[in-house]
Design a protein around this ligand. Structure first.
Ligand SMILES: C[S@@+](CC[C@H](N)C(=O)[O-])C[C@H]1O[C@@H](n2cnc3c(N)ncnc32)[C@H](O)[C@@H]1O
Length: 297
């Protein structure tokens, strides 16, 4: 879970989808799409820019909620994730009953309620000034990205979105809530080091970690946006499925590795926690707090 390989993104995607479903009643994506389309010529595509797209999970989650004609631009700096993206998108589209045409760094997806053109491109978002695509977007999305970025970067992103007149939908940002059942006496210790690790520099300056959404809401409101947030927590239950067990295993390994890297002096306590947690995955439940945010002008 420390890296962003395609296997990890595929493992988390069903948990992300369930979490997005939990936030959906409070975040009205169809109403946002209608609002944005009211400023477009009839039949024009809604332009959506997804930052840190990975293999395209935001598009898969949000395009059906936005509906109709959409043009998506997907940006990421990881060539391996971008290489996995066309297959991930086309499998999803076919499963939705859509027709797919692929060519180069693009794809057209055509279905009864959805007509998408998609273009993906390698880009380092750390240099936000070089991300010209923000200027043409009506909606700027990102999922599981905001907690990686710094205050200065986020402030600059909000300014760019405001200048473009774009709405924003930033999903699945961690918000520091973590709850295990059953609890372990070393949970608090591991969590503290894990959270501190999340605030290390991830390439954008000191990361906001669990403070990202509050900071984003502050910047957006100051820029004149209406902001709505809603919890989008992962619910992982070791009694439920093999996917849950795999997720719990990854979470325990990832949290332990991050905690040891952050606080080598705590290594023996963290490794003992890791062993206890791995030994009882099948009777463990974990809730990981995330927050989704939607904002418009
Ligand atoms: C946690 S993953 C989320 C991926 C995808 N949005 C999802 O929800 O599955 C974070 C993504 O941000 C991308 N990323 C991190 N730093 C980046 C940078 N400096 N420029 C572009 N993309 C970056 C990673 O490659 C990765 O795809």
């Amino acid at each position: 879970m420390s890296g962003f390989d395609a296997g990890w993104l595929a493992l988390r995607e069903p948990f992300d989808l369930a979490a997005r479903a939990a936030s959906a009643p409070l975040l009205d994506w169809p109403a946002l799409a209608a609002r944005l389309r009211s400023g477009l010529d009839a039949g024009a595509a809604l332009h959506v820019l997804d930052l840190g797209c990975g293999t395209g999970a935001s598009l898969r989650a949000l395009a059906p909620r936005l509906g109709g004609r959409q043009h998506w631009r997907l940006l990421d700096h990881d060539p391996a994730l971008l290489a996995a993206l066309p297959q991930a998108l086309s499998s999803w589209a076919v499963a939705q009953g859509c027709c797919v045409a692929t060519g180069g760094e693009g794809m057209a997806i055509d279905g009864e309620h959805l007509q998408l053109t998609v273009a993906w491109q390698r880009a380092d978002l750390a240099d936000l000034a070089g991300v010209a695509a923000i200027d043409g977007a009506q909606l700027v999305t990102a999922s599981a990205l905001l907690d990686l970025v710094s205050t200065a970067w986020l402030e600059a992103l909000v300014a760019r979105c405001r200048a473009a007149g774009a709405a924003v939908g930033w999903s699945l940002s961690v918000d520091d809530r973590l709850q295990w059942q059953l609890a372990d006496g070393a949970d608090a210790l591991v969590h503290a080091h894990f959270r501190a690790h999340q605030r290390r520099d991830k390439g954008f300056g000191p990361a906001l970690g669990g403070g990202a959404v509050a900071e984003a809401a502050r910047f957006l409101q100051r820029a004149g946006y209406r902001v709505v947030t809603a919890p989008s927590d992962w619910q992982v239950d070791g009694e439920r499925s093999r996917a849950d067990l795999a997720m719990l295993r990854e979470m325990v390994e990832g949290m332990a590795a991050a905690a040891v890297e952050q606080a080598p002096e705590a290594a023996s306590a963290v490794q003992a926690w890791r062993q206890r947690r791995q030994a009882r995955l099948a009777s463990t439940r974990l809730q990981v707090g995330h927050t989704d945010l939607l904002a418009w002008l």
